[in-house]
Design a protein around this ligand. Structure first.
Ligand SMILES: Nc1ncnc2c1ncn2[C@@H]1O[C@H](COP(=O)(O)OP(=O)(O)OP(=O)(O)O)[C@@H](O)[C@H]1O
Ligand SMILES: [Mg+2]
Length: 436
């Protein structure tokens, strides 16, 4: 039975519109999110030439029948919402019905998909938005979407793609962090045929982090667990105060399983560290915030990388207190040193975080997004690095400088080491992180 419908105009008009395909990692983000929404238990990403030549995502999720496989490439075609009210409590990572249409308009795409009940899979080929072929194919339950020759028909955008190594870094980073956000799903990533990441289904974040980074990950970080389920549950890991950075680049935030950038959470995190970290120095963090669906609006930014909380102050309190209690449990702070929740932010701190966060948000955003590259491009200071940065500090992170600045910055930043990227096991990430 088909599941996808075209959204009526009055609904699609309410959806934050804009370009969602900027680089291979933004394509991977959409495809991995689709696989997660399809309740896959296994997701495999294969990349060639930094995703320019090929970016293939295979899942064992619910798949699509033929009608859906065709409709999926239309704009505003989605199975995830149907009314304007649905926008008030979005339970899935996708909801705009835009991603596949956008990707297919700038690449050569092959979709092969099969539902449990269908006799055969459907194969659809679509190039630069034009349907080329539709026929039966063989495929187990699930979906394989191959994106070839990204921007083959948009030379202006192809020009902005960075080196293979840089694009591969972004891809690796993306898949690694989605694997961390969804421990229950088995993930694989290959780059030019070599395995970069392979993890079986894990029972929780701790086990997943161990699979990816090894035991040192757990030794060097503080575990965060706090908040309240009616407002925000906060979990994850933060760095010890000795681990110091001059930007927020090493802060990874997920809200209800979605990777986002959020000034508020970044600032609340800093507040949590206020008495143990000097001004202008930031902790590393891998934080997961779970809120009731109606408490958060994800229809804010076309690339779905920003959210708006209904009870902003309460979420900030939850994050700050969870971080403070992690620091207190580890002996870095007296548990009774409570600061008032309404403590005004130092203005410089607030400005810093706005600049850093808007810069950070550009990674999967249109090139035109306002940025503050100075904050995001600052190098890490201090010897200690959070092990959840799988490789070289300035390149691996979501929070890359905007593309225009990257060109400029490339002069004094060494290109990431391809050998490192192609390391055979994910565990090597840790070794890489500590060897540079
Ligand atoms: N891997 C997949 N498995 C099963 N169905 C899929 C998969 N990928 C896409 N679909 C179907 O195709 C539809 C369109 O996908 P698309 O990514 O374009 O939009 P969306 O996920 O609904 O919203 P968004 O644009 O926010 O991602 C989805 O709603 C879903 O029904
Ligand atoms: Mg989608």
């Amino acid at each position: 039975m088909s599941k996808i419908r075209l959204l009526p105009d009055h609904v699609s008009n309410q959806i934050a519109a804009g370009e969602v395909v900027e680089r291979p990692a933004s394509v991977a983000k959409e495809l991995v999110e689709n696989a997660i929404d399809a309740r896959a238990s296994r997701i495999v990403v294969d990349v060639e030439s930094g995703g320019r030549r090929l970016l293939k995502v295979s899942d064992d999720g619910e798949g699509m029948v033929r009608d859906d496989a065709l409709l999926a490439f239309e704009r505003h075609a989605t199975s995830k919402i149907s009314t304007a009210e649905d926008l008030n409590s979005i339970a899935t990572l996708g909801f705009r019905g835009e991603a596949l249409a956008s990707i297919a308009s700038v690449a050569r795409v092959e979709l092969i998909s099969k539902t449990e009940d269908a006799a055969a899979a459907t194969r659809v080929v679509i190039e630069g938005g034009r349907m080329r072929d539709v026929k039966d194919a063989a495929h187990p339950r699930g979906t394989t979407l191959s994106v070839r020759d990204l921007f083959f028909n948009v030379p202006a955008r192809r020009k902005f793609l960075r080196s293979e190594a840089t694009e591969t870094f972004h891809l690796t980073n993306l898949v690694t962090h989605y694997a961390l956000a969804h421990p229950e799903i088995a993930f694989g990533l290959t780059n030019n045929g070599r395995e970069v990441l392979r993890v079986a289904s894990a029972k929780d974040l701790r086990e997943r982090a161990y699979q990816i980074f090894g035991s040192e990950f757990l030794d060097n970080l503080l575990e965060v667990s706090g908040g309240h389920k009616h407002v925000a549950l906060v979990s994850g890991y933060v760095s010890a105060p000795r681990d110091r950075r001059t930007s927020r680049d090493a802060q990874y935030l997920f809200v209800n399983g979605r990777f986002v950038r959020d000034q508020l959470i970044g600032r609340a995190l800093s507040e949590g560290y206020r008495s143990v970290l000097p001004h202008g120095v930031y902790p590393a963090a891998l934080l997961f915030i779970e809120t009731p669906l109606e408490e958060v609006d994800v229809n804010v930014h076309p690339a779905k990388t920003e959210v708006r909380f209904r009870r902003v102050a309460a979420v900030a309190d939850a994050v700050r207190e969870a971080v403070r209690s992690a620091l207190a449990s580890a002996g870095y702070m007296r548990p009774d040193v409570a600061e008032p929740s309404t403590a005004p932010h130092d203005q410089r701190e607030a400005d810093d975080s706005v600049a850093a966060m808007s810069a950070a948000a550009t990674d999967y955003s249109p090139v035109s997004t306002p940025t503050g590259s100075a904050a995001s491009s600052a190098a890490a200071v201090g010897e200690h690095r959070a092990p959840f940065e799988p490789a070289r500090q300035s390149r691996i992170e979501f929070a890359s400088p905007p593309i225009q600045d990257e060109e400029f910055l490339a002069e004094d930043r060494p290109e990431p080491d391809l050998v490192a990227l192609e390391s055979d096991t994910a565990r090597d990430f840790d070794a890489i992180a500590h060897s540079i």
